[in-house]
Write a protein that binds this ligand. Structure first.
Ligand SMILES: NC(=O)c1ccc[n+]([C@@H]2O[C@H](COP(=O)([O-])OP(=O)(O)OC[C@H]3O[C@@H](n4cnc5c(N)ncnc54)[C@H](O)[C@@H]3O)[C@@H](O)[C@H]2O)c1
Length: 421
């Protein structure tokens, strides 16, 4: 089977979906990998390295995609890419299925089987396929470096002949994968770190990294299904803001990472809080692409409010493309192994506890109940995937019928994908 890897069309994107090491692994499994010339150049993977690993390098995306049974990609595909996929092609990529559900409609109409990296369940078995985690690791690390680079101060303590410099203080809000990595990085740089999350389960992890977990007098918690955060009640949100306000005025560097899947990011740093901070302090808002955690955040820009620099980075994993691509490639190769048989032929099984929840479209239909709801379809029409009655009729999601629809047979539980184990 032909596997295609194109140069990511997103402006400024430096990552690639498959590195040469990944080519070797797929070739060993019997797959024929084709890579667009220059696809890995910015990620430290020149064309020759792909050739040496056993791939065919071709000059254009069209050449690479023609006849491909499997396409590996990083960013959600644009219209042009979707339009160039053959019916029945399997696409493995970030798809932003909850943020841009219309893309799933387009993929279903095209007859593409789309496997969403966001929908890979957060179960122990699937950790090596979890690209949200691998890319969040990159983001958490880089956010601290970006913030430290903007600070007019040191982060570490220095005892020098010119005097003693006190260590800088960092505050990390949201201690998921990115937040924990930010804590670890700030600690390595010598900062004194405080952190807060609405999931009390992370207190121990925060403390094990040498940071202090902020605790309110009354508990502020919002833990939902699968270990994910839910939105706080108004009352609890007020309490959280009071807690943050009490800590933020002493912070030199604030890293915010708080997100709620499928919802806008919660506001955690208000204008009043910014006014209470020392001028020259820095906020790096990793939630800037989903609305931001800080009132002054401008996605993709650096703003200054009350003398505080507020950075809203976009696509931060792409700024460490070598390792971000290496990790993503490993995630993808492991995931592909879930739907190949011993001869390297496709063997999609929606009973599989990773492939079932991660496959958003198949056979002309949208399989994901949450995505169907978002595009206005009747989630129950045709039987909930979890009930074992097969995928819904295409009409349920406004998707035209496709001749391949009949072959869809699944009892896989749809995406409340984030179950913890
Ligand atoms: N078992 C696994 O394989 C595995 C792997 C990765 C992540 N996980 C789990 O998945 C879950 C999500 O992790 P993520 O990093 O993708 O999270 P995320 O990116 O969705 O959110 C980042 C953090 O923001 C926090 N948050 C949300 N609202 C907040 C608020 N109002 N104030 C403060 N913090 C707030 C969340 O609790 C989370 O820790 C976690 O429970 C994590 O432990 C499990």
């Amino acid at each position: 089977m032909k596997v295609a890897v194109v140069k990511e069309p997103r402006p400024g994107e430096a990552r690639v979906a498959l590195v040469p090491q990944g080519v070797k692994a797929l070739a060993k499994a019997g797959l024929d990998v084709h890579v667009e010339a220059g696809a890995g150049a910015a990620a430290g993977a020149p064309d020759d390295a792909y050739r040496e690993a056993g791939a065919t390098v071709a000059g254009s995306a069209g050449e690479v995609l023609g006849g491909a049974g499997l396409v590996l990609h990083v960013n959600p595909p644009d219209e042009a890419l979707i339009g160039s996929l053959d019916r029945g092609t399997i696409l493995v990529s970030f798809l932003d299925p909850l943020g841009s559900p219309d893309r799933s409609v387009a993929l279903a109409e095209r007859g593409v089987t789309a496997i969403s990296m966001e929908m890979v369940p957060r179960i122990t078995r699937a950790q090596s396929m979890d690209a949200l985690s691998s890319q969040a690791t990159v983001a958490g690390y880089k956010a601290v470096l970006v913030g430290a680079g903007q600070l007019p101060k040191f982060l570490p303590m220095f005892t020098t002949a010119a005097g003693t410099i006190r260590p800088g203080k960092a505050l990390v809000l949201g201690a998921g994968v990115a937040g924990l990595q930010a804590i670890a990085t700030a600690r390595r740089l010598g900062a004194v770190v405080e952190a807060f999350d609405v999931r009390p389960a992370v207190k121990e992890q925060v403390e094990s990294l040498g940071a202090t977990f902020l605790e309110a007098e009354e508990e502020v918690t919002a833990e939902g299904e699968g270990g994910y955060a839910t939105e706080l009640s108004e009352d609890q949100h007020e309490k959280e803001l009071e807690l943050i306000a009490s800590a933020i005025s002493g912070a030199d560097l604030v890293i915010t990472t708080a997100q709620i899947p499928g919802r806008p990011a919660p506001l955690l740093v208000t204008d009043e809080m910014l006014a209470s901070m020392q001028p020259g302090s820095v906020v790096v808002d990793l939630a800037s692409e989903s609305g931001g955690n800080c009132s002054a955040t401008k996605s993709g820009e650096t703003a200054v409010a009350h003398g505080v620099t507020v950075i809203g980075p976009v696509n931060i994993p792409s700024t460490i493309p070598v390792h971000a691509s290496q990790m993503y490639s490993k995630n993808v190769v492991t995931l592909v192994g879930e739907f190949l048989d011993e001869e390297g032929a496709l063997a999609l099984d929606f009973e599989n506890d990773v492939i079932g929840p991660a496959t958003v479209t198949h056979g002309g239909s949208i399989r994901s109940e949450r995505v169907r709801q978002l595009v206005g379809g009747d989630a129950q029409a045709g039987g909930d995937a979890a009930s074992g009655h097969g995928a819904p009729p295409p009409e349920a999601a406004g998707v035209s019928a496709d001749s391949r629809g009949a072959e869809t047979s699944t009892s896989a539980a749809d995406p409340t994908p984030r179950e913890e184990s």
